[in-house]
Design a protein around this ligand. Sequence first.
Ligand SMILES: Nc1ncnc2c1ncn2[C@@H]1O[C@H](COP(=O)(O)OP(=O)(O)OP(=O)(O)O)[C@@H](O)[C@H]1O
Ligand SMILES: Cc1ncsc1CCO
Length: 258
Amino acid sequence: MNKQIIEKVRENTPLIHHLTNQVVMNFTANGLLSFGAAPVMAKAEEEAADMASTADGVLLNIGTLTPNELKAMISAGKAANQKDIPVVLDPVGVAATSFRADAVKQLLNKVRPTVIKGNAGELAHLIDIPWKTKGVDSVGDGNIEEITRQVARTYQTTAILTGKTDVICTSETTIVNKTGHPILAKVTGAGCLLGSLLAACLTTDDSIEEQALTAVQFYGLAAEYAASYEDVQASGTFIPHFIDALSLDAEFLKGAIV
Ligand SMILES: Nc1ncnc2c1ncn2[C@@H]1O[C@H](COP(=O)(O)OP(=O)(O)OP(=O)(O)O)[C@@H](O)[C@H]1O
Ligand SMILES: Cc1ncsc1CCO
């Protein structure tokens, strides 16, 4: 983890334009604010390109996608690509329906994502590897490093697979992260908010490997720290501690976990 990446984000408060799902908008906005960046949610096709052009990073998350939102995502993604603004694609539930699968195909034909981030079931689907999924959740098992590598190679991008173990692959490197807490799997939008923090970390001038690792490692440490509070009984009591922990110093989080 490179703590300077987090410090730079907090100094610059980059604006992250989100085209994300209805389930997680408020959680994502509050989590990103706590981390130290600035969220804006704008999904009308009429304004998507303008908003993306003024942002420092763009998050495309298809969790509750509609046909009009797909058009907006393509406009926002193209506008971001034109200005070299980083784009994170989260293909939420892509294996669940042909509408989602077609939408992601269209997005990947028209937009170059800086990072594709998803759970194992989502990334496996992108390279036609059979994997058990349930709605937006991944419930299968298999070689997660190989899947992440293949997504990175096939789409010539950085791929991040999340779960108990996170895997980051660029064309050259594979990095594994084991920070995190099982309670995150009980928080809807835990992956979606990570995509938002990741977009913020991609706005610095550091290497993509460092940016990606910093985002996933910090996020996991914040979860471990939040879960260690005595009053945490389950996800409901965990969430406020987690939002708070996202504002903390990376070094402090490392040392604070017992
Ligand atoms: N069993 C686990 N142990 C530790 N960390 C976990 C575990 N499961 C998930 N995580 C962490 O939770 C975060 C979200 O990952 P996950 O794979 O659950 O996302 P997702 O399926 O896209 O979630 P959502 O669709 O709800 O947004 C990541 O930081 C990941 O490391
Ligand atoms: C539960 C759910 N359904 C569509 S998006 C979403 C949020 C987690 O991905």
